[in-house]
Design a protein around this ligand. Structure first.
Ligand code: NAD
Ligand code: ZN
Length: 376
């Protein structure tokens, strides 16, 4: 089959690879109909998170079940399914607590697995024609048949649940104000989730014009950090106190991204932009093992976090990979009820063959490439 294969930093190719097959009775094979490129793929694409040449990328997948293992009871051939990016077993202590991003079964001795990601277990990615899905009764979310809402449902594998999770980590309540750093797909989904939850004001910080426009389009207040200190801009608009809650949807790429003149430490800005006793949700990635990063601190996931100010302000912080499974059924039902259309972030739809060009443009945050979906 054809798949998006990692070659070297800044290079992927669409190549023939072995077809996946059923390896355990609890597996299914899914024919991929839509698969998205994620900001998390860019960590490997840019060579900052060192991935093996030849791995197939893709953890934001959906499609039609093509073949079913003998031990699968719930899912049938022909079912249309969304596949949460974290591979999980459903029966370990963490899965039972809905902490599916920290499954203890799928990637020992670590907690948590994912498709197409270095260090996240032996699970091939879904930017391909077919995908093997382990523990399929648990890892498939059933969707209605047909092709309606395809790009909305495609957001259920990762960024919609991840954005929602960020609001849970930040403990966002109705009527509160929120600041989100990053208007990438994840930040936009966090802002969108906050609107769904009834936030009174949502500020979204970035400097990419068309991404800020998308934030404005969903009712958020765009903050352009190239036009002045984003902390001041938020504090000025929240009676000098700062937002009630805050989200980091940038991660450590802000400290090292190519072409950035002055790398900011977003976490410190977040502490300053959120009021005393406020809560922070951090879904932007900070990896402890990133030998490709340009400086030693970034390589070790370390940064000069101002714990003194964080302590002084009496804030709380939640972090980590999102437990996509904990939210995706509810978010699917919001889509079905016409109450959510997360596909507003999707700006580009291209065939699998065009993945190399799409990666390049998404990596440059080019206009019209806020979220790219591939159609194998
Ligand atoms: P992205 O790179 O498209 O978005 C990041 C945005 O941050 C960009 O628009 C960029 O212009 C902006 N930015 C850069 N520096 C900034 C700064 N100093 N202040 C404000 N904005 C700044 O990526 P994405 O797909 O939206 O993902 C965002 C982050 O979330 C990545 O680190 C990704 O790995 C991570 N992620 C985490 C999870 C999870 O489960 N926790 C899931 C998906 C993605
Ligand atoms: Zn993703």
């Amino acid at each position: 089959m054809k798949a998006v294969v990692y070659k070297d930093p800044h290079s992927v190719a669409v190549e023939d690879v072995d077809d996946p097959r059923i390896e355990a009775p609890t597996d299914v094979l899914v024919r991929i109909t839509t698969t998205a490129i994620c900001g998390s793929d860019l960590h490997m694409y840019e060579g900052r998170t060192v991935a093996d040449t030849g791995i197939v990328f893709g953890h934001e997948n959906m499609g039609i079940v093509e073949e079913v293992g003998s031990g699968v009871t719930h899912i049938q051939r022909g079912d249309r399914v969304s596949l949460p990016f974290n591979v999980a077993c459903g029966f370990c202590r963490n899965c039972l607590a809905q902490k599916t991003a920290f499954c203890l079964t799928v990637n020992p001795p670590y907690a948590g697995g994912a498709y197409g990601y270095v260090g996240m277990g032996p699970y091939t990615g879904g930017q391909a024609e077919y995908l093997r899905v382990p523990f399929a009764d648990f890892n498939c979310l059933l969707l209605p048949p047909g092709d309606e809402h395809e790009n909305d449902f495609a957001m259920l594998a990762d960024i919609f649940p991840t954005g929602y999770h960020a609001t849970v980590l930040a403990d966002l309540n109705p009527g509160e104000t929120l600041v989100v750093f990053g208007a990438g797909p994840v930040g936009l989904m966090a802002a969108y989730s906050a609107m769904l939850k009834g936030a009174s004001k949502v500020f979204v910080v970035d400097r990419v014009a068309n991404r800020l426009q998308l934030a404005e389009q969903i009712g958020a207040i765009p903050i352009d950090f190239s036009a002045g200190d984003p902390v001041e801009q938020v504090v000025d608009q929240t009676d000098g106190a700062g937002a009630d809650k805050g989200i980091d949807a940038v991660g450590y790429q802000a400290t090292v991204a190519e072409g950035e003149e002055q790398p900011a430490i977003v976490l410190n800005q977040l502490v300053e932009a959120v009021r005393h006793t406020g809560r922070l949700g951090v879904v932007g990635l900070y990896l402890p093992n990133d030998p490709g990063a340009p400086d030693e601190n970034a390589a070790n996931g370390r940064l000069l976090f101002n714990i003194g100010r964080f302590f002084e302000k009496g804030q709380k912080m939640g972090t980590g990979q999102a437990d996509a499974k904990a939210y995706n059924a509810q978010l699917r039902d919001l889509i079905l009820a016409g109450r959510a259309t997360p596909s507003f972030v999707v700006s580009k739809e291209v065939p699998l063959e065009e993945a190399p060009d799409a990666y390049e443009r998404f990596d440059r945050r080019e206009e019209g490439y806020s979220k790219v979906v591939l159609k194998p």
